[in-house]
Write a protein that binds this ligand. Structure first.
Ligand SMILES: Cc1cc2nc3c(=O)[nH]c(=O)nc-3n(C[C@H](O)[C@H](O)[C@H](O)COP(=O)(O)OP(=O)(O)OC[C@H]3O[C@@H](n4cnc5c(N)ncnc54)[C@H](O)[C@@H]3O)c2cc1C
Length: 382
């Protein structure tokens, strides 16, 4: 393999001049490529996909990951490509407010933002290439290359995870998610969650005249776990027909939609073996109910590069990386799983939970936000 040119801005450190091969050029792989190249490594990325497609719709980036993008020098590009998010409103399926998590009030200096996945991938790819990273598209890795340092950023069905941990069987959560982007001019910087019986719908603006929709439904007839399946928007409209507020208007505008089965995976037990390491979904796929999958991948990437740069002993550096990241990711994945249950309550349980949340919203409005402060206040670059 042709090694990439060293970054013109390389800082001296243990990574200086070292060759790193990354499998997977998604959000985690590209962030790692950039972080490693900025520290002087010669990085090659092998990515299965060819021409980038507008896949995967929108994602929310909370300040914990935003701090990494800032440290990588991407503040301006990220702001230009994304949209602000001032908070989350939880509403019942009729549209009545249950809880408002007011990010802008509780953390005015820690911006939350939303972005189309394709725009984030593009800006990471542009920055990585500018730092000399060699990105090989259309390169599907079938067997692991003999590289001195190999990073598996190869997502949900990671080859590198399997090499480190053996084959594992995820289990279907009984939930599937439609994702869609609709044209929309309402720039109100809010994420809105509408909670119904066995289903919920999340929506936020992405800027550029776009709005993201994710609609989750409990069902028991799903077997696959792919991100590429499409569905007839009529099925989405039918399942959410009883929802009120702006939801019917949004659903009317859905022209095409993707459908995913949501599976639960264990966080990998083994993240590295001294030569290979995994990050992002390869190490800890999560349910989307805390919007932290991409954020964790970005955090991992920074910490991995920092550990490798700080210690020339690769085995020790990779072991330190796992030690720093595994407990936090395990906690986030568990919190996302718990959120799934809370969104889909029905009958008396829902009434009791929503009444308690409405009361808390009035009497102690910061409480709900502070429950998740450990996620958002974390600074991986500190
Ligand atoms: C419904 C839904 C909503 C979500 N919302 C959010 C959100 O709001 N905020 C958030 O932070 N996260 C969100 N996520 C999660 C987030 O999308 C993922 O956690 C994140 O994309 C993981 O990044 P990654 O780089 O680890 O993996 P991926 O993005 O999956 O990238 C892996 C890359 O590796 C490549 N690859 C795989 N195998 C090979 C191979 N053998 N050879 C070469 N290339 C290979 C793939 O083509 C891909 O480009 C959501 C997920 C879902 C399903």
């Amino acid at each position: 393999m042709i090694p990439a040119a060293a970054s013109p801005n390389a800082a001296p450190g243990a990574l200086s001049g070292r060759a790193v091969t990354i499998i997977g050029g998604g959000i985690g792989g590209l962030t790692a490529a950039l972080a490693l190249a900025q520290r002087g490594a010669r990085v090659s990325v092998l990515e299965r996909a060819g021409m980038r497609r507008e896949v995967g719709a929108g994602i929310q980036i909370s300040p914990n990951a935003g701090r990494v993008l800032d440290a990588l020098g991407l503040t301006e590009a990220f702001h230009a490509a994304s949209h602000p998010s001032h908070g989350v409103e939880l509403r019942d399926h009729h549209g009545a407010l249950v809880l408002h998590l007011d990010f802008a009030r509780w953390r005015p200096d820690a911006p939350f933002r939303t972005i189309h996945r394709a725009r984030l991938v593009e800006l990471l790819e542009t920055a990585a290439r500018a730092h000399g990273v060699n990105i090989h598209l259309n390169r599907s890795v079938e067997s692991l290359p003999q590289a001195p340092l190999l990073i598996g950023a190869d997502g949900l069905h990671s080859l590198v995870r399997r090499a480190l941990n053996g084959a594992e069987t995820p289990f279907f959560t009984g939930q599937s998610a439609w994702r869609a982007i609709i044209p929309d001019d309402d720039p109100q910087p809010l994420t809105r969650v509408f909670m119904g019986n066995g289903r919920h719908l999340v929506s936020y603006p992405l800027g550029f005249g776009q709005r993201n929709l994710v609609a989750v439904l409990e069902r028991d007839d799903w077997t696959g776990e792919r991100w590429s399946q499409t569905d007839d928007p009529a099925n989405l409209r039918r399942e959410f027909a009883g929802f009120g507020g702006p939801v019917p208007g949004w659903l009317d505008r859905v022209a095409e939609t993707g459908l995913w089965g949501l599976f639960r995976h264990q966080v990998a037990a083994r993240w590295q073996d001294g030569r290979m390491a995994i990050l992002g979904d390869a190490a800890h796929p999560t349910l989307p109910f805390l919007a932290q999958g991409a954020c964790m991948a970005i955090e991992d990437a920074w910490t991995l590069a920092a550990c490798l740069d700080a210690d020339p002993d690769q085995g020790r550096a990779l072991s330190r990386y796992q030690q720093l990241r595994q407990p936090r990711c395990t906690r986030i994945v568990a919190a996302a799983t718990a959120n799934a249950r809370n969104y889909h309550l029905s009958g008396p349980k829902r009434l009791a939970a929503h009444t308690a949340l409405r009361l808390a919203n009035r009497l102690a409005p910061s409480t709900a936000f502070e429950r998740f402060a450990w996620v958002y206040d974390h600074d991986p670059t500190a």
